[in-house]
Design a protein around this ligand. Structure first.
Ligand code: HEM
Length: 448
């Protein structure tokens, strides 16, 4: 398998760390469907062809585990939570958490997600007189929506109390995960490096907050005389009989996996809509024509254009820009035999920009997604196979609800001297330096 030499890698070292997205794009363009990186031991492959991607994540998923640097770094914060965990505990936990994401439950939390969006908009663009505009960092606005929606929907918690502290501590943790994932020389966990020290402090904060959150809910259950703890995620976890450490791991996992990703996706969606006023008007008209406030499930069959906008934004700016696996047994990828221990890196960012799958790949064209079934090969913003994102429907539903609230009250346009911010590969893909867009208060809310 072709790929850069150790000398190439040494020369590219700085750009790999500063801008992994561009680096992955360049090596893919240069070397093609499979790129081999020069590492000692078992091969490390970047797999760009949809057949290889499907093989690793879906067809042969049982032979490809998560023992990678990416998930090792995550596990230092989330422990054995759903995202980083391996069989056999993974399947049990997945089954247990699933009802928190069932359709009925998503419908029921629509009001909370709407309230999260309204609260963030009111705080981010306060007192804007109809017809006037303000420059707003949309990245900060969507971050707040993401945090608040996860907290309200999954813990039914009052965010002014414990949950807000949990969410804040988790943001710090997410930053540390990125740092650990990028460290080239793994340091011993006990070594008092600045990152290790911060990690230890952050973990202690997370432990303390989740312990309080759990104790509160247990006390409320006892006071109410009920054996069950409620049907949000926290209630399910408590009813499942998991110990407190496992409950903590799941809570932290959901906050990390569920807020930065949605925030990033919404931010880029708003930028694309500001760049494409006709697409924005069409979404606004479609949302305004809904007889009742948009719910978390309406995107499934009642909002085709808004859904296509979301799908296309997730194609161009997939928040989860890299997915990694390591083979647990020898395997064959098409015509290529790989040994046990092979590292597979799959980048939705790269696959979504393949010209053979997506004509004019860099163009924002939601129409691609209006034709059912078209262009679905090589589309994996939420992963594929058994480890597909459990929050997929939640995320798309939340995006639709947030877009409804924003577009019903504001028009989004580009400020003068506009230049697209550089996409930065963090836990999710974020705009470097924020996303300043112009928000204009509409003269009349399109929805009451
Ligand atoms: C898994 C992306 C939102 C929770 C994943 C995976 C991807 C992904 C690509 C698969 C990782 C792999 O195979 O290695 C996204 C994107 C989101 C999003 C792009 C938003 C636009 C959410 C939300 C939640 C969530 C809102 C929870 C509230 C999880 C969990 C897993 C996961 C727990 C692990 C599932 C398992 O292994 O069983 N996500 N996600 N995600 N996601 Fe999401």
């Amino acid at each position: 398998v072709p790929g850069p030499t150790p000398g190439d890698m040494a020369r590219a070292f700085r750009s790999v760390r500063r801008d992994p997205l561009t680096f992955l794009g360049q090596v893919s363009e240069h070397y093609g469907d499979r790129v081999s990186f020069p590492v000692p031991g078992a091969p490390a492959l970047l797999l760009n062809h949809p057949d290889d991607v499907r093989h690793v994540l879906q067809v042969s998923a049982r032979s490809w585990g998560k023992k990678t640097i990416q998930y090792g770094a995550l596990a230092r914060v989330t422990g054995q939570g759903l995202l980083a965990s391996a069989e056999p505990s993974w399947i049990e936990h997945r089954r247990m958490a699933a009802p928190a994401f069932h359709h009925q439950r998503l419908e029921a939390v629509s009001d909370q997600v709407r309230a999260a969006a309204d609260g963030a908009i009111a705080a981010g663009v306060p007192h804007l007189v109809p017809g006037t505009s303000r420059l707003v960092d949309v990245a900060a606005l969507t971050h707040r929506i993401g945090l608040d929606a996860v907290g309200r929907a999954l813990f039914s918690a009052d965010l002014s109390g414990h949950a807000q502290r949990l969410l804040d501590a988790t943001s710090d943790a997410a930053e540390l995960v990125v740092r650990l994932g990028r460290s080239v020389v793994p340091t011993a966990r006990w070594a008092p490096t600045p990152t290790n020290v911060r990690l230890r402090i952050t973990r202690r904060r997370l432990d303390a907050i989740t312990a309080e959150l759990v104790a509160d809910r247990r006390a409320r259950g006892r006071a109410g005389g009920s054996a069950a703890h409620g049907d949000d995620l926290l209630g399910l976890l408590l009813d499942s009989g998991l110990d407190d450490a496992a409950i903590r791991d799941e809570l932290v996992t959901m906050v990390i996996a569920g807020h930065e990703t949605v925030a990033g996706a919404l931010t880029w969606t708003l930028m694309l809509l500001a760049e494409h006023p006709k697409a924005q008007e069409r979404a606004r008209a479609e949302l305004a024509a809904m007889p009742a406030p948009v719910s978390m499930l309406d995107h499934r069959d009642r909002l085709p254009w808004t859904r296509a906008v979301i799908d296309e934004a997730l194609r161009l700016y997939p928040p989860a820009w890299a997915i990694s696996r390591r083979s647990t047994a020898p395997d064959v990828l098409g015509d290529l035999a790989v040994p046990e221990g092979t590292l597979a890196i799959i980048s939705p960012w790269v696959v979504h920009r393949r010209e053979d799958l997506w004509p004019e790949p860099l163009a924002f064209r939601p129409e691609r997604f209006l034709d059912p079934g078209a262009g679905r090969t090589g589309y994996l913003p939420f992963g594929l196979g058994p480890r597909l994102c459990i929050g997929r429907e939640f995320a798309i539903g939340e995006m639709a609800v947030a877009l409804d609230r924003l577009l019903a009250t504001h028009r989004v346009t580009l400020p003068t001297g506009w230049r697209r911010p550089r996409p930065e590969a963090q836990v999710a893909v974020h705009p470097e330096g924020g996303m300043p867009l112009l928000l204009t208060r509409l003269r009349a809310d399109l929805r009451g």
